[in-house]
Design a protein around this ligand. Sequence first.
Ligand code: UD1
Ligand code: MG
Length: 481
Amino acid sequence: MGPGDVPPRLSAQAAGQQGYFGDSNMQLEVIILAAGQGTRMKSKLPKVLHPLAGRPMLEHVIQAALGLEPTALHVVIGHGFEAVATALAAYPVNWVVQAQQLGTGHGVLQALPAVAEDSTVLVLYGDVPLIGHDTLRSLVTLAAEGPALLTAEVARPAGYGRILRDDFGALVAVVEHRDASAAQRAIHEINTGLLAAPARDLLAYLPRVGNENAQGEYYLPDVLSLAVAEGRAVATCRADSEMEVLGVNDQQQLNQVEREYQRRQAEALMRAGVALADAGRIDIRGTLRCGVDVRIDVNVVFEGEVSLGDDVVIGPNCVLRDVTVAAGTTVHAMSHLQEAEIGPGCSVGPFARLRPGTRLAARARVGNFVETKNADIGQGSKVNHLTYIGDCDMGPGVNIGAGTITCNYDGVNKHRTDIGAGVFVGSNSTLVAPLRIGDGGFVAAGSTVTRAVDQDELAVSRARQRNIQGWRRPGKKQAED
Ligand code: UD1
Ligand code: MG
């Protein structure tokens, strides 16, 4: 956005009909800090674009923010800002570019001009993606009258800002690890970085925050000590778990967050009645919907939108991306399915590759080393071995022999093969599209079929066999001398 542009306002609340959590006097705005480089990721990709469960880390945070139904969402970006804003362009975000990263306080300050003065502001981090809705709600609720901070008790506090409290337990300040004394470093209660405050407080205190500290940065938590100095109280609440507030700085932490996310999904599936061979060996990068009595073997990856009907069985080492599988179907080991619709009672694989546009009617069978693409396989039809079926409409009750190829591509255009009901195609046949084989048609094994086969006709297109009697096998050449 350029200067002077109006940031997008979100939902009906923007019209002032309703504030956050149903309170008509309150407007919630969220600022997500996501400008940091993420040097320790050792990657060309901006840190917040690294995928968690197949989607950018920042997208998870944006969704957590939108779950609170804020009136506006501001995301502060810096390193790789074009890539970040492009990747998440679908979201209603006011992108704020922070050209130089001078600290978390400086980051928030960049977004403040776009924030309504009478709103409550929630600050999130783009690299803390597992933060939960309930925790955020509690934090925002605490911030009605003044600043509130989310803290956590952690086993290894090194690197974090520590929470300093007075004798009555009231928060006094946050001291960064690098500015902390040995005694302060012994404190295990840390600043998660996430805080909420009335916009008025941030407007009052943030411009007064200096950068006289070990890192020469403008620290956001310094607004808290400024508030305390004026006799204001800072409310705090604790995160549910250390995991919820784990920040991602390197590949190892990203992996920790990924495994935690996948563990939670596996647990939710099992609670819903899905049988998993190993809860630690399933990855869902998107949405998986399951019917009753679904069984999933080890090392299965689900991507995009996948739905499995009742009694579906997925064998080990399968990948399913944007696929619907109807009730009673089994997908055997090592199969790869993408943008396919599988009917009820089908059998797929092992080693099947179903590419986009594949549709299997009820009880169809696609066996090992079979590739399909843009293909409708009719009810009860069988394509069991070593075959390519592309751009094909196949009726019911068809039997395709091993080694059959639909030649759908002439080097320039794709053509369709239309196979009628009850057709039998013998092994090792080549069906050169465009081609129509009428109902009940029969193709002899080893044929190359280039002309239409009418209903109930037999097509044979191969060299006639000759048997030569008394022929001589070639003998071994004699050496010259
Ligand atoms: C910060 C907190 C620390 C807390 C820790 C929790 C400060 C000064 N310190 O430290 O108390 O324990 O988080 O993880 O706030 N960012 C910007 N612009 C900037 C600087 C940072 O957008 O100018 C973003 C980063 O991309 C990141 C987040 O703010 O998403 C936190 O910044 P980071 O540099 O990681 O802060 P820490 O030193 O970890
Ligand atoms: Mg950090």
